[in-house]
Design a protein around this ligand. Structure first.
Ligand code: MCN
Length: 792
């Protein structure tokens, strides 16, 4: 009997490599490469009048200096708009190098390629760009007022305006017994992976081929985009994602300007070129998210059951919309969480500002939506004097209502339909874990000691595992080693381990015999990428299907070799044996030889193995006429719709009565991503997500001045929580399987961070006795709120 691998807390096999400095990240590659640096706009909005590089061209070691004027035809076009949408009526993208206008501080204007980065940076500093400054739009208030425009041909700064309505909200509101309105804000923030972006490209002149490595979440996307920009056939471009030190959404975008520019110069110069983003560049020229102003009007009955929900919000999409309006669409469809809202209308405006662009950042619009919905639930409970958990449970979609169709369209244009989940069971578990019913006693004791504590709660549902597809390839070598490849990339999620577990389970081999490759277009050219908590569902199922095909073939060949029926066979630890007769067996390695007789001729070890098994008969090849050689299989998984994971969090916080310092005393999570491939990895994902959420709730925000300068563009000023600020996270799981995919799994990668802002706000509000409507919140802001509330 072998150990069950699916569901086992196997230690991450990539960790010894990654934590002992053996990882190979982008900047570990290409020591022979020329290096690039960029002159970036110091202004948030300006016309480019002149570029004078005369002081830089003659610096020894400078190889090339390029502006938009130097770009060939396709490279000079605006960058692609990756996700168009019918409501995105005024989508705008920038250029690889700014053409004649810059729209945010940090936009690349000039590229310098030099012998090394020092020389490139020195040269960049000597290039004088003359700008004619234009009025700047910063923040949503100013964007909404539209007295100044980011793009002169975009009226009202409105990139997109979208409305979805189910039922008659106006009528439902008018007939509601109770009505409340709330104005809520979540500020701009950004993902801060340990490793920034980076790209390294080599051109092979003889073969006319480009090979590039990018610190990306989407190597196939980068490959396709670069091939198109350079006018190369896809077959002549390869893209490899080496070890990637975190992405959290920012590395989904493709192409980043630097990816095409580095590839282009590598080809043109006939010499490898590399660029590695520095932290300041990451702040001012990658991507942000979260910034939203939100208004909600809710109608509800005396029991706290919501009868109407009318939401309006304004999303800060920055200077361009290369990634479309996916973030506000996600907010608008997923803010409903586990609840039935009665009639629902959501209207949003996605607005241009002279700030960095937006790409989805872990949670992708859901933290803002969850903040809105959960603050609303708390407001209803407070208004009626009801228990906050009880109000939530009265609005839950119940298990027997699954699948539940909201009557809305999801971000992929398909109906928003929950497939699974047991929200009442999750809530019961959460209440037990945090000691919900004992909190009143706990609070009384704390108050007697002069301490101020509060209990907060937040629930969410997350569409995960979105399509269109992902592929898996599984191949057994004659040695019994199993090679697995899938095209999506890894940024630290533990895919090498989790996918090995899936294949080990499906194939009946030891997990240590399975070796997984991700994100290499040479091995798996068809792939989409790692985002939207989709890898486990998409590639997990794809490699499972491929492994099943390999298993079927192995059983068929073994049955023939051992002269038994397939039903009499089992595979354990890579050995196919007759049930009840373990002596009668044949290894997968041997079957691999049988299915690829050429190997037999050349491979000593294979011959020995086969002779030992005594099963090879050259006159009777076990590979059927219509069989492909080799013990390998490939399959794709393509879902009909997203699968919906869910969770509920609760926290106990203490706020200092004098200094307003905010301390998280306990943080509890109930999480449901269906059956877990590896519970240890899932817990790690949840812990990491909570840590990121704590940053978003209490510390991390982008502070722009009115001129569009980002004032805290360094880790000196942008506060990431240290380990000392992240609480111990107590987790428990519910495993409600999804009926939608063969493994029954749902995604987990973003779960931890989605409700944290809402939960911490709920807890602070409970401690203080007044609503918290804007996040993040610092002690100074809490102190200020206290003053205002005590002043009435
Ligand atoms: N898993 C599992 N069982 C399940 C579901 C997931 O064991 N039922 C495991 C998976 O096998 C995988 C991990 O949990 O090892 C996360 O799986 P999944 O939810 O499919 O998420 P992805 O792998 O697609 O990762 C993307 C997700 C997103 S969208 C962001 S943002 C994010 C995140 O993952 N960025 C990360 N987690 C991150 N973790 C690290 N270290 N670095 C990032 O950049």
């Amino acid at each position: 009997m072998t150990t069950r691998m699916f569901g086992a807390p196997v230690k991450r096999r990539e960790d010894p490599r990654l934590v002992t400095g053996q990882g190979r990240y982008l900047d570990d590659l290409g020591h022979d490469a020329l290096e690039a640096a960029f002159v970036r706009s110091p202004h948030a909005h300006a016309r480019i009048v002149d570029v004078d590089a005369s002081e830089a061209v003659d610096i020894e070691g400078v190889v090339g200096i390029y502006t938009w004027e130097d770009l060939p035809e396709r490279m000079a076009d605006p960058l692609p708009l990756l996700i168009p949408h019918p409501t995105l009526t005024h989508g705008r993208t920038g250029y690889a190098l700014a053409k004649d206008e810059v729209n945010h501080v940090g936009e690349a204007v000039v590229m310098v390629v030099a012998r090394d980065r020092y020389i490139a940076e020195d040269a960049a500093q000597r290039i004088v760009v003359t700008y004619d400054r234009l009025p700047v739009v910063v923040g949503l208030e100013q964007a909404r007022a539209a007295t100044e425009l980011v793009h002169e041909d975009v009226p009202g700064n409105v990139a997109a305006h979208m409305v979805q309505e189910v039922g008659d909200v106006e009528r439902a509101l008018a007939s509601s017994v109770n009505r409340l309105t709330l104005d809520l804000e979540v500020e701009r923030s950004a993902s801060m992976p340990m490793e920034g972006k980076g790209v390294y490209a080599r051109w092979d002149d003889e073969r006319g081929e480009l090979r590039l490595w990018s610190s990306t979440q989407t190597s196939t996307g980068v490959r396709a985009a670069v091939a198109a920009r350079l006018g190369l056939p896809l077959a002549k471009v390869e893209c490899i994602a080496p070890d990637v030190g975190g992405g959290f959404g920012v590395k989904i975008m493709h192409p980043w300007p630097e990816e095409v520019l580095v590839s282009w110069t590598a080809r043109m110069l006939g010499h490898p070129v590399k660029w590695t983003e520095d932290r300041r560049e990451h702040f001012i020229s990658s991507a942000h998210e979260r910034g939203q102003l939100q208004h909600v009007e809710v109608g509800f009955d005396e029991r706290g059951v919501v009868t109407a929900l009318d939401v309006k919000f304004w999303h800060d999409n920055g200077a361009y919309t290369p990634y479309g309006i996916i973030v506000p669409i996600i907010t608008s469809t997923q803010l409903l969480g586990p609840y039935k809202p009665g009639a629902y209308r959501c209207e949003f405006w996605s607005l241009y500002t002279n700030t960095v662009i937006v790409t989805p950042y872990r949670g992708a619009g859901r933290p803002q939506g969850c903040f809105l919905m959960e603050r609303t639930m708390d407001a209803i409970a407070d208004h009626l004097g009801l228990d906050r958990a009880e109000v939530r449970s009265r609005n839950f979609i119940l298990p027997d209502e699954m699948p539940y169709d909201h009557g809305l369209l999801f971000q992929d244009g398909r109906p928003l339909k929950y497939d699974s989940g047991d929200f009442p069971a999750s809530l019961d578990k959460l209440k037990a874990l945090v000691g919900w019913d004992d909190f009143a006693d706990y609070r009384a004791k704390a108050e007697a000691e002069g301490r101020r504590v509060g209990l907060g709660i937040g629930c969410y549902v997350e569409g995960t595992g979105v399509g269109p597809y992902e592929g898996g390839h599984v191949q057994v070598e004659t040695s019994g080693r199993v090679n697995v490849s899938t095209g999506l990339t890894s940024q630290g999620q533990g895919h090498e381990t989790a996918f090995a577990q899936v294949v080990a389970q499906e194939l009946g081999v030891r997990v240590e015999d399975v070796h997984v490759t991700t994100g290499d277009t040479r091995k798996m050219p068809y792939a989409v990428g790692t985002f939207a908590s989709r890898a486990a569902v998409m590639s997990g199922n794809a490699v499972a299907l491929a492994a099943r095909a390999v298993r079927a073939k192995a059983l068929r060949i073994a049955a023939e070799a051992l002269e038994v029926s397939v039903d009499d066979l089992d595979i354990v630890d890579g050995e196919v044996s007759v049930k009840g007769a373990p002596g009668q067996s044949i290894s997968l390695g041997t079957i691999s030889v049988l299915s690829n007789p050429l190997r037999y001729a050349f491979d000593e070890a294979a011959r020995a193995a086969t002779q030992f098994a005594g099963t090879f008969d050259p006159d009777k090849p076990p590979v059927a006429d219509d069989d492909e050689p080799g013990l390998e299989g490939k399959d794709f998984y393509s879902p009909t719709q997203a699968t919906f994971a869910n969770g509920m969090h609760a926290a106990i916080v203490e706020t200092d009565p004098v200094t307003a310092e905010i301390k998280i005393l306990r943080y509890c999570v109930i999480h449901d991503c269906g059956p877990m491939i590896n519970p240890m990895i899932v817990e790690g994902q949840v812990h990491g997500g909570v840590a990121q959420g704590v940053g978003g709730a209490l510390y991390e925000r982008m502070v722009y001045d009115e001129g569009g300068q980002l004032l805290n563009a360094s880790f000196m000023d942008f506060l990431l929580p240290y380990a000392s600020e992240v609480p111990h996270v107590e987790t428990d799981h519910l495993e409600t399987p999804s009926p939608l995919n063969p493994l029954g799994i749902k995604g987990a990668g973003e779960a931890g961070c989605i409700p944290v802002t809402a939960v911490i706000a709920s807890a602070i509000s409970d401690a203080e006795g007044f609503p918290i409507t804007s996040m993040p919140i610092s002690p100074a802001e809490l102190w200020d709120l206290r003053r205002r509330h005590s002043a009435g």
